[in-house]
Design a protein around this ligand. Structure first.
Ligand SMILES: Nc1ncnc2c1ncn2[C@@H]1O[C@H](COP(=O)(O)OP(=O)(O)OP(=O)(O)O)[C@@H](O)[C@H]1O
Ligand SMILES: [Mg+2]
Length: 513
């Protein structure tokens, strides 16, 4: 193939035209697959795979890049690219050169970014605003009742870990799954959940007002050294060494017990030891007699999170332990689920790390909720970083359309057709939102455009009634950063797909040269 096109310039042109046609039809095809996803009435996300064309890969990459960056806007990206190419197809059939269209796209892109700046609503970072953005996002992912529950959880989680004047670290929100049919739903734990229980039957299963000692100190008598035979000659000597070693471990445990007695005895307070190292049965016995809960072999990662959640310091030795080094939790309890034991450390006062515990009857549900929670958290975080929101429900796209059409008249030459095509393409968002809710796209659009001519405020679509609404009043918002990325990536990808013949020619001439 390549050899023939090198020799025959006509074949080269034919191939380029065919490539353009492939790109256009691929973009339309992907758009058709994705369109039913958009908005809260959209169906659950589908994973598209298996198509081989480069254009597909390009669009898919744009859409996953979008997802990696902000966790949102992938469906809109694909829809707008598809629509840009559909529009382009009409103009190209009329003889317009793709390059002029691409030029127009780029002018429109710059203008649309200006429109975005104008429409953006500066916000204070407070519960109400964060709830609006989280709810809008979550309702596009899970059914409305669950979305409401998850909205509160996500907002409370972020507000809990958010520190004044510092960027939010979403890693401090641990997402944990529990597969179980249960009446308790997904919940926010102001603290954390360890996936094991206490190791002694006499230890309390539930305590309140608990000091938390986190440490990485062996409370385990290490037989191996003593038993190795190097250290003793007689049985008596061995016995002594064993005793000395035992004594050494006991001293450690006694230190803990001493502190516990000092702080807790005669009060309503309790004591919990969470140790990264081992605790042997004798040590556990001693602790259990004192009513102390002790967990051994806690995961290292959890040790760090424990200190963040409960306060205190993870200690590497117990030589001089003091109250100030301990954390505190309002409630510590064991929870048994089937064969698994969990320990909940919660009601931490100022937790810098929290846990969202997702419950669901099966893996599929768990994954779906987990993805939704991640999206919700990212939407909240985006809003905090942007300190702004964009009115949703198609309001931004309708406003941008109006302004771009006015702008188009100021653009000289044929590239203005690219600007018009871009403006038209943005309307795919309100149109598909309408269709997915069972309304006629054209009727709805006419209605909304009439309303937006009368109303200075951005106008969006009420998906229940099919009428115009003010998204600001309805609390429907999108992230600024997400819209910005959609605007940028759509025009770049669409232009690349359009200019496939030029790219091919450039590639070809470099081959010839
Ligand atoms: N309650 C609502 N009423 C009207 N429009 C809404 C509502 N909630 C969300 N939308 C609109 O739905 C669109 C977002 O839909 P959706 O989240 O399904 O797709 P996306 O963000 O493009 O892609 P992704 O699949 O990555 O989330 C936005 O245009 C948003 O304004
Ligand atoms: Mg979305």
């Amino acid at each position: 193939m390549a050899a023939i096109s090198l020799l025959n310039p006509k074949a080269e042109v034919a191939r380029a035209a065919a490539a353009l046609a492939v790109n256009i039809s691929a973009a339309k095809g992907i758009q058709d697959v994705m369109r039913t996803n958009l908005g809260p009435k959209g169906t659950v996300k589908m994973l598209v795979s298996g198509a081989a064309s480069d254009s597909f890969i390009l669009i898919a990459r744009a859409s996953t890049a979008q997802d990696d960056m902000t966790g949102d806007g992938t469906t809109s990206t694909v829809l707008i690219i598809g629509e840009l190419l559909k529009q382009a197809d009409i103009y190209i059939a009329d003889g317009l050169h793709p390059r002029l269209l691409a030029e127009g796209f780029d002018k429109a892109r710059a203008k649309t970014l200006e429109i975005l700046e104008k429409i953006k609503i500066p916000i204070e970072v407070n519960k109400e605003n964060l709830t609006d953005i989280a709810r809008t996002s979550l309702k596009t992912k899970v059914h409305p009742n669950l979305a409401d529950v998850l909205t509160d959880i996500c907002v409370d989680a972020v507000l809990a870990i958010k520190q004044e004047n510092k960027p939010v670290d979403l890693h401090m929100v641990e997402i944990m799954e529990m597969q179980h049919k249960t009446d308790i739903d997904t919940q926010l734990i102001k603290g954390l959940v360890l996936d094991h229980g206490a190791r002694h039957p006499d230890m309390p299963k539930r305590v309140t007002n608990a000091y938390i000692l986190t440490c990485n100190v062996s409370m385990e008598y290490e037989k191996s050294e003593v038993n190795s035979g190097f250290f003793y000659k007689t049985a008596e000597e061995r016995e002594k060494l064993v005793q000395a070693e035992r004594e050494f471990i006991d001293q450690r445990v006694k230190k803990v017990i001493e502190l516990k007695r000092k702080l807790c005895n005669g009060t309503n307070k309790n004591f919990v030891v969470l140790n990264q190292k081992g605790i042997d049965p004798m040590s556990l016995d001693m602790l259990a007699k004192e009513g102390i809960i002790a967990l051994r072999r806690a995961k290292r990662r959890n040790m760090e999170r424990l200190a963040l959640a409960c306060g205190g310091i993870a200690l590497n030795h117990l030589d001089d332990i003091q109250e100030s080094q301990l954390g505190f939790a309002g409630l510590v309890y064991e929870h048994v689920l089937g064969e698994n034991k969990y320990t909940f450390v919660e009601e931490c006062k100022v937790p810098l790390s929290v846990t969202i515990l997702i419950k669901g009857p099966n893996k599929h549900t768990l994954t779906q909720i987990k993805d939704a929670v991640r999206d919700g958290l990212r939407a909240i975080n985006n809003a905090i970083e942007d300190k702004a929101l964009i009115p949703g429900a198609g309001a931004f796209e309708l406003t941008a359309y109006n302004e771009l059409m006015a702008f188009k008249d100021t653009v000289k030459g044929k590239s203005r057709l690219g600007v018009a095509a871009y403006a038209e393409a943005l309307l795919v968002i309100p149109k598909v939102l309408a269709t997915n809710s069972g309304f006629d796209a054209q009727d709805t659009l006419v209605k909304l455009q009439e309303e937006s001519r009368l109303n200075p405020e951005p106008i969006g679509l009420d998906l229940t009634s099919g009428e115009a609404i003010n998204p600001k009043e309805a609390g429907i918002f999108d992230n600024y950063i997400v819209k910005k990325q959609i605007i940028n990536s759509c025009s770049v990808i669409a232009s690349n797909l359009l200019l496939v013949d030029e790219i091919m020619r450039a590639g070809m001439s470099s081959l010839k040269g």
